[in-house]
Design a protein. Structure first.
Length: 383
């Protein structure tokens, strides 16, 4: 026993030394493979969920998410103050309210603010879009813009993007041009009633006013034969746009958690007309593929990340795949931070350079003891 254990340790050590040598890049620095760390620790028995992440021109990481830490589901904001590669730890600013609802009109856990999208402009302006579920069982998309300071958030005006008897959810915020800001989202009331379909609202005055939302037919399943939801859209250049979304069966009872969910990827040359193909396609259509998101590596290549029960853990792990290798999924997929028996979901990955090192930061949600969704992050150098 003792002998065997010693040999095992020796093999493990030499393997990790090999990994460190073969992938350390030109600077001789060790790979960073940091642990899961909580974004905040003052609501660990509550719900912190739906993180949105952006990196600004200075390399500062911005995070907006919802938390019920003060008794209602509000949006909160932090930004990074330091990133230490040795400990793979990030220092964060104190959390500040982005929104602050009252418990009478927005009783948790159903009513409240959800699923922020975050866009930081070149001048540092922070743009947030999200959806708010009210007591009339309507859900509306809202928008705000500020300078990212606590005083800026406190003074920011919440601008309705949608209103009325609608159920609009899961926005994605994209700047197409200086005078062209768009919000894509899914709605179950704007196309075929009861079917989630993707719509777009547009602002030509930097978010002050928004056009009436219109369906984006080429992002939706023909004939509303499936739900289409969780759109995420990015502009790569004047003639290059990418998108990801989730689809699931009409008539299924599970809403976005339905086991028929699958991830799709879309491309477009004008950001209006899309070509969409499936990334996941499990033969029995019973593998949850949940909340896909785009991210971009240091060379600008498009990747997809989402949560799946199809890679060995029925509690779900996060996978990522290069968009260009999506046809080879699942062979082309990699697991990010797998942990058997623990549910991880809603990954957001950003690529940044710290002290000359190319690093990734993934911010995501881990369901911890008691069923609490908690936002955490990890710093690493290899996908
Ligand atoms: Ca499916
Ligand atoms: Ca699936
Ligand atoms: Ca897991």
């Amino acid at each position: 026993m003792h002998h065997g254990r010693t040999r095992k340790v020796a093999v493990a050590l030499s393997l990790s030394a090999l990994v460190a040598c073969s992938h350390s890049g030109g600077h001789g620095a060790a790979e960073v493979d940091g642990p899961f760390r909580f974004l905040t620790t003052d609501n660990l028995a509550g719900q912190d969920d739906d993180p949105a992440v952006a990196v600004d021109a200075n390399g500062t990481i911005h995070v907006v998410w919802f938390s019920d830490r003060d008794g209602t589901k509000d949006l909160w904001y932090v930004h990074s103050t330091a990133l230490d590669l040795k400990s793979a730890a990030i220092g964060w600013s104190p959390p500040v309210h982005v929104t602050d609802l009252d418990a009478v009109n927005f009783p948790p856990p159903t009513q409240g603010d959800n699923y922020p999208a975050l866009l930081v402009d070149a001048d540092g302006s922070v743009n947030v879009a999200w959806h708010r579920w009210n007591l009339s069982n309507e859900s509306h998309v809202l928008f705000l813009r500020c300078d990212g300071t606590p005083a800026g958030f406190a003074a920011a005006t919440e601008i309705p993007v949608t209103s009325g008897a609608h159920f609009d959810r899961f926005p994605s915020l994209v700047r197409y041009a200086a005078d062209d800001l768009r919000v894509y989202f899914g709605s179950s009331t704007r196309g075929t009633p009861g079917v989630n379909e993707i719509v777009m609202a547009q602002s030509s005055d930097d978010g002050a006013t928004w056009s009436a939302p219109v369906l984006v037919p080429t992002l939706n399943a023909a004939g509303a034969s499936e739900h289409s939801q969780f759109p995420s859209v990015a502009r790569l250049g004047a003639n290059s746009f990418v998108a990801t979304l989730d689809r699931w069966a009409v008539g299924a009872g599970g809403d976005a958690l339905d086991p028929t969910t699958d991830v799709f990827f879309g491309t477009s040359s004008d950001g209006e007309t899309w070509t969409v193909d499936p990334v996941t396609n499990d033969p029995n259509d019973d593998v949850n593929d949940f909340v896909p998101e785009l991210f971009f590596d240091h060379d600008g290549a498009t990747h997809l990340a989402w949560s799946t029960v199809g890679m060995g853990d029925p509690a779900a792990d996060i996978v990522e795949v290069l968009a260009s290798e999506r046809a080879q999924y699942p062979a082309s997929a990699k697991l990010l931070s797998p942990l058997p028996g623990i549910t991880d979901h809603s990954p957001r990955v950003v690529a940044l350079t710290v002290g000359g090192r190319r690093v990734y930061v993934m911010v995501w949600v881990r369901i911890v003891a008691g069923g609490a969704n908690q936002v955490g992050y990890r710093v690493f150098t290899r996908l």
